[in-house]
Design a protein around this ligand. Structure first.
Ligand SMILES: *Cc1c(COP(=O)(O)O)cnc(C)c1O
Length: 382
């Protein structure tokens, strides 16, 4: 290793969006590959919105000028959207919003603002979104993990014990996804009750990346809970993964702290313009969700009745399943799972192999049909 690098960096691994060596596949065969591995929207912005965006690039955006580092207009639009889409008595104010280069950046800002310099550890329940742990480790922040039940509910006694026992540094942040990735389950009443009972010196991060699909949100509780923050993204239902826009909703003092630790011009002008455009046209963009959820339910019903698949219900735009292989060794099970994953990929369907199972993004109807046929064929040949 290079002698000037931090000694603990050698143990860390970079986040790979397409594990299994498919990193270059999208450019190699753009028409042939069904990319169902990163939970994006299967459809792009409309021609009309693309033209509007091009017009903004040509007429409005000054490339020689720095972007608006205050994100004033975008924050206003987001505050309005969040207020409209939740049952709230008082509207969300722009001071309760922080905007970031993907919600990944907010995860890092939260860690910097809470745990850095040996002040805190984080708690996550596996399996869950990997970026919390990955980002914490790049900052030298300890990650405490607990497990989940067979239906992926957080092991709450273990989580409670971890909080009681972890010292030097204590747990400062608990990360949860609502609904969870990769497993698709929303937080239960028991999990929510546990989160509500956490002491005020622990920050609760509720990542609602899939809110537009699940319609489950804790935004209405933020007014009473200064130690809660909700993360959202425009990378999924809003079709803007390529523009990298995420946002946080929280108490104004926490938002002020997050603004302090971020980079001054974290969001390019074009991304801000794309986000404003998408939010202005939200009715059109989000109107495709019911059809996508119907596709998801159809996939769920097909796969639930398959004798070799164990499938969990999902409130998001993806499905988690495992193979039922009977009495085989863990090594054999893993090898078979890898075989299914690789065969699907070689036939042109890229999904995510994760946590001893497969996470499959709901795509277009034809993509979904191909996934069903290909998976069926592969399972038949096992
Ligand atoms: C996709 C996803 C995000 C989005 O990250 P961005 O950086 O905004 O693209 C955040 N959290 C979870 C759990 C996700 O699945």
């Amino acid at each position: 290793m290079l002698p000037y690098l931090r000694s603990d960096l050698a143990q860390l691994v970079a986040y790979t969006p397409h594990p299994g060596g498919a990193g270059h596949a999208p450019t190699e065969m753009p028409q042939l590959l069904d990319r169902l591995d990163t939970n994006e929207s299967p459809v792009d912005l409309s021609e009309e919105l693309k033209q509007k965006l091009s017009w903004l690039v040509q007429q409005e955006i000054e490339s020689n000028r720095y972007p608006d580092g205050s994100h004033a207009q975008l924050k206003g639009a987001i505050a309005k959207y969040v207020t409209e889409s939740a049952p709230l008595t008082t509207p969300i104010a722009p001071e309760q919003i922080s905007v970031s280069n993907g919600s990944d950046e907010l995860i890092r800002s939260i860690l910097i603002a809470t745990c850095l310099s040996g002040e805190g550890s984080i708690l996550v329940a596996q399996p869950t979104f990997s970026m919390y742990g990955i980002t914490a480790k790049t900052l030298g922040i300890p990650v405490v993990t607990v497990g989940r039940s067979p239906d992926f509910e957080i092991n709450l006694p273990a989580a409670q014990a971890a909080i009681a026992q972890t010292q030097n540094p204590p747990i400062r942040v608990v990360f949860v996804v609502h609904p969870n990735s990769p497993t698709g389950n929303a937080l239960t009443e028991a999990e929510l009750a546990w989160l509500r009972n956490l002491p005020e010196q622990i920050l609760v991060v509720v990542d609602e990346a899939y809110f537009e699909f699940s319609q489950t949100t804790v935004v209405a509780e933020l007014a009473q809970r200064p130690n809660w923050v909700v993360l959202r993204t425009l990378s999924k239902a809003f079709r803007l993964a390529g523009h990298r826009v995420g946002y946080a909703i929280a108490h104004p003092e926490l938002i002020a702290a997050l603004e302090k630790v971020r980079l001054p011009y974290n969001l390019p002008s074009l991304s801000q313009a794309a986000a404003e455009l998408a939010i202005a046209h939200r009715d059109t963009l989000l109107s495709s969700i019911p059809a996508l959820l119907a596709e998801r339910d159809q996939l769920l019903s097909i796969w639930s009745s398959h004798p070799r698949l164990q499938v969990w219900s999902s409130t998001a735009n993806f499905i988690f399943l495992r193979l039922k292989l009977g009495d085989v060794s863990p090594e054999q099970a893993e090898a078979t799972l890898e075989e299914v994953f690789q065969q699907l990929r070689s036939q042109g369907t890229l999904i995510r192999k994760i946590s001893g199972g497969l996470r499959i993004t709901v795509g277009t109807p034809s993509e979904n049909q191909r996934t069903v046929e290909r998976l069926q064929g592969i399972l038949d040949s096992l």
